[in-house]
Design a protein around this ligand. Structure first.
Ligand code: F6P
Length: 504
């Protein structure tokens, strides 16, 4: 911390500030009924918490409850600055624009994105509140790292408020191909919002390229070696659209073939930084005798089947849960999978329950599970053990250890950290990962059984193959997968991003 001012009883002047839709803590109710906070279990918090405490960092985010204003507070060495959202803003900014417009649009339009002007108004208003929150607490010349699609306007807003800051942005979800992104009525504002950052990180190379292409075709900005040349004077005019197929690399049309003159632009770099997990923590848990015993107990409770298939997802239409169920049901019908010999455990953690498409999906999945179990369960065995709960990481690792085959069948996924956690937990080299090629993780986990989840026959073949692969093949694949996950943990991801941001 370089300076300490007192603004209404809390400190400002932090050298490192994270801005994310959610704060790094969850509210919990203790056994005695008292209320407290618990550090969020996700990898992002794990990666950034040590940096926050060593560099006097602050975290600006929403605390998860509507219509409640909280004062800044400290928890577990972190300085937390809550951003208040009204119930109407939760509906319009979070459930509406973030999860009813951007989420489906950025995930290949698997569900239909809804474009409502009042949602956009709320998105702008709330993004400004986050930007103001960060501007207020950041020290002169501080580094501010903005997270994810809910806050794409924050980099530009923050730069206007505080041109002295070094600003990074990381998009945790995919960035869509320019032809899909073009549907967004506010596409120019979103691109300009992001370009307020000095460094814009994406999960995959293809996400970074999609963004660069959208910027080139729609804004007409010059781009070289991942660096977008953002004009200092923006005349507000939109560049004439030249078509999505204009590709300078192939010698076709490009709006601006030569670099603008020095001094007329600033650089914003758009590049891939694939996120990972807290590998050491998962490995440590997988060595814990209590967790190993719990894994054996899970197997026993399921009747010790030969093969346990596991799916772990937020209950989200991007995860391909229905496709997985369809493949599994057909295999049961064909007698290639049998309840008793085989069991599928599907953890579907509750998510975004205020959004209609999520409510519909839950109904569809629960109907399918009921139908499949009704037809194929026996008195002693279940075809699918479906659990609509969230579990602590200890239970998740026990499940990873209990499962012979992990099924990740997302139709589109920025990364999919469950795939990486499964691999990290399988340190004895057993276990098969069936992985959708439409996840960011598939770019790194090449030795998984890669599948196209839309191709139900291919998915069925991979599920069966996973049960018949010989031991040496399984080990060879898992060894190679583990090398990737062990050498690329989330701490390294954060370091790589922040090092690059520091160089710009
Ligand atoms: O993948 C994007 C993401 O925002 C994650 O960061 C988060 O864990 C998940 O989606 C669920 O987000 P939320 O419950 O905040 O909508």
């Amino acid at each position: 911390m370089t300076e300490t001012a007192d603004k209404g009883g809390y400190q400002t002047g932090y050298d490192f500030v994270v801005v994310a839709n959610r704060l790094a803590v969850n509210r919990i109710t203790h056994h005695d009924g008292s209320i407290g906070w618990q550090r969020s279990p996700g990898g992002l918090v794990t990666a950034l918490a040590p940096i926050m405490s060593s560099s006097e960092g602050a975290w600006v985010g929403w605390h998860g409850a509507a219509d409640e204003t909280l004062e800044p507070f400290d928890h577990a060495d972190m300085h937390l600055h809550p951003v208040a959202l009204s119930a109407q803003e939760v509906e319009d900014y979070y459930e509406g624009f973030s999860n009813g417009t951007l989420w489906p649009l950025y995930h290949d339009v698997i569900a239909r994105p809804l474009f409502h002007r009042h949602w956009w108004d709320a998105y702008q208003k709330v993004n400004r509140r986050f930007a103001e929150g960060a501007a207020k607490v950041a020290a002169q010349g501080a580094t501010v790292w903005v997270q994810d699609y809910q806050l794409q306007l924050v980099p530009q807003m923050l730069r206007e408020l505080r041109p002295d800051l070094r600003i990074g942005f990381f998009n945790h979800i995919p960035f869509p191909p320019p032809g899909l992104f073009a549907q967004l009525p506010w596409r120019h504002s979103v691109m300009k919002g992001l370009l307020g950052a000095d460094l814009i990180g994406f999960q995959r190379e293809s996400d970074a390229r999609n963004f660069q292409r959208a910027v080139r075709y729609r804004l007409g900005y010059y781009i070289r070696s991942d660096q977008v040349h953002v004009p200092l004077e923006d005349d507000g005019a939109e560049a004439p659209f030249e078509g999505f197929h204009a590709d300078p690399a192939r010698g076709t049309a490009s709006r601006q073939l030569s670099a603008p003159a020095e001094g007329t632009f600033r650089r914003s770099e758009a590049k891939a930084f694939p996120i990972s997990i807290d590998t050491e923590r998962i490995v440590e848990l997988s060595n814990d005798p209590k967790i190993i015993a719990r894994a054996a107990q899970i197997r026993a409770e399921l009747g010790n089947p030969e093969t346990i298939f596991l799916g772990v997802d937020r209950l989200d239409y991007t995860k391909g849960i229905r496709h997985r169920m369809k493949a599994y049901e057909e295999l049961l019908q064909e007698g290639r999978i049998r309840a008793g010999e085989h069991t599928m455990v599907q953890i579907a953690s509750p998510s975004r329950e205020g959004v209609e498409s999520y409510q519909r999906l839950r109904d569809e999945i629960e109907l399918a599970v009921g139908r499949i179990n009704g037809e194929f369960d026996t008195m002693g065995h279940t075809a699918i053990r479906y659990l609509h709960h969230s579990y602590p990481i200890e239970e998740m690792v026990a499940l990873y250890l209990a499962a012979d085959v992990m099924l990740v069948t997302a139709l589109r996924d920025g990364m999919n950290l469950v795939a990486k956690e499964y691999v990290a937990a399988r340190k004895d080299g057993t276990g098969v990962l069936v992985l959708s090629e439409f996840t960011g993780a598939a770019d790194q986990l090449r030795q998984a059984l890669l599948i196209n989840p839309h191709d139900i026959d291919e998915l069925k073949a991979a599920i069966v193959q996973a049960t018949t692969l010989d031991r040496e093949n399984v080990r060879k694949r898992m060894r190679s997968l583990r090398r990737q996950v062990v050498s690329h943990n989330v701490q390294r991801w954060a370091e790589d991003f922040l090092d690059r941001l520091g160089q710009l």
